[in-house]
Design a protein around this ligand. Structure first.
Ligand code: NI
Length: 176
């Protein structure tokens, strides 16, 4: 297994609509394992393939608390089969937008269909944090970030700060 570098916003590679996986083969299952390792190390509760530069419809999540046993979930071609009318609000963050958070409202319960790491079709019902996490990662597959759910004013403020942080980092690296 290997950890992969995570792309930080704003970046055009995070705005791409990803392609479906044809078959979950050895290469995709290795990608899923590497993405999980990268996510746990970060640490984060979800990661989507475009965040590591792969434009395929693959996500990994583990929304269990740090005192619980891990429950890694690997999904290729996730698709929402049903969603509750009831909404749930969570202050979301993203490994591609480090240190920024905003409240996002999404369906509280979803049923999602996907292919697992053995290419088997699966269905999963999720609620609250896990449901939010899966929806957040699925957004990445269509080039959407959590800041695309909030006001343009707040979004631009966060993106400006990220640009500034990138410039500072480049400046520091050049000074070394
Ligand atoms: Ni994210």
């Amino acid at each position: 297994m290997a950890t992969l570098p995570i792309i930080i916003a704003p970046d055009p590679r995070l705005k791409v609509k990803c392609k479906p996986v044809e078959t979950v083969d050895e290469a995709i299952s290795v990608l899923m394992a590497d993405m999980l390792e990268t996510m746990y190390l970060a640490p984060g509760i979800g990661l989507a393939a475009p965040q590591v530069g792969i434009t395929k419809r693959v996500i990994v999540v583990d929304a269990t608390g740090k005192d619980d046993d891990p429950n890694p979930i690997k999904m290729a071609n996730p698709k929402i089969l049903s969603a509750s009318d009831e909404l749930w609000t969570y202050e979301e963050g993203c490994l591609s937008l480090p240190d920024h958070y905003a409240e996002v409202e999404r369906p509280a319960r979803i049923k999602v269909g996907f292919l697992d790491e053995n290419n088997a079709p699966c269905e999963l019902e999720a609620e609250d944090l896990l449901a939010t996490c899966i929806q957040h990662e699925m957004d990445h597959l269509d080039g959407m970030l959590f800041v695309d759910h909030i006001s343009a004013l707040k979004r631009n403020m966060i993106l400006r700060k990220l640009v500034k942080a990138k410039k500072l980092q480049a400046h520091d690296a050049a000074a070394e």
